[in-house]
Design a protein around this ligand. Structure first.
Ligand code: HEC
Length: 176
């Protein structure tokens, strides 16, 4: 066989394989075989793919915004605590309170942002809160909230790691 016709065979095989895998992909999508129900855990392979994609995307896109100089002021932490309690706790939980029906129903579940083991790096948290996470229940708050409000949330998340119920209640009610 000449080099030329060998090359033609290789190209034809590659094209046939591409068409076949596209057809198989479409057949899978339209078959309905994949179960999208949120009532059971995500398929571990899909969950791993989504989570790794999220982490890599966060580290590539996030962390570039500069926090305000008074980021960790008590005023900012308090404002963040109030907003967290009214808007985030339903999914992310609050100390000694059962998780809401929404929080229990979403899949993947939202991480417990106030756990003592969290890092809650403020510029990274700022990016997630502002832009949200595609294909999960995490909303983009940049659509409705100012950057200042989002930095206050990031300040509270950093300050509130491992927070007790008493301190949480004090902060959100505006006392010291
Ligand atoms: C409707 C449910 C829901 C609400 C309300 C919600 N979140 Fe989330 N949030 C999620 C989910 C689900 C994830 C996990 C996304 C994933 O799996 O990548 C998440 C992820 C995050 C993360 C990233 C955590 C990490 O480990 O990287 C931050 C930060 C965050 N949310 C902050 C907030 C803040 C602050 C609010 C309130 C202003 C809020 N969220 C409101 C569902 C919610």
């Amino acid at each position: 066989m000449s080099t030329r016709s060998r090359l033609a065979t290789v190209v034809a095989t590659a094209v046939a394989l591409l068409v076949l895998s596209a057809a198989a992909g479409l057949a899978f999508i339209y078959s309905g075989l994949y179960n999208v129900a949120a009532s059971s855990k995500d398929n571990p392979v899909i969950a791993w793919m989504l989570h790794r994609t999220y982490e890599a995307s966060l580290h590539r896109h996030g962390g570039k915004d500069l926090p305000p100089a008074d980021l960790m002021s008590l005023e900012n932490v308090r404002a963040g605590a109030r907003m967290y309690d009214s808007t985030c706790a339903l999914c992310h939980g609050a100390p000694d309170r059962p998780l809401s029906a929404v929080g229990q129903g979403i899949e993947p579940a939202a991480p417990q942002l106030l756990a003592a083991s969290r890092r809650n790096n403020p510029p990274l948290m700022f990016w997630v809160i502002k832009h949200g996470v595609n294909m999960t229940a995490m909303p983009s708050f940049g659509k409705t909230q100012s950057d200042a409000t989002i930095w206050q949330l990031a300040a509270f998340l950093y300050n509130g790691r491992g927070i007790t119920k008493d301190r949480y209640d004090t902060l959100k009610s505006g006392a010291n």
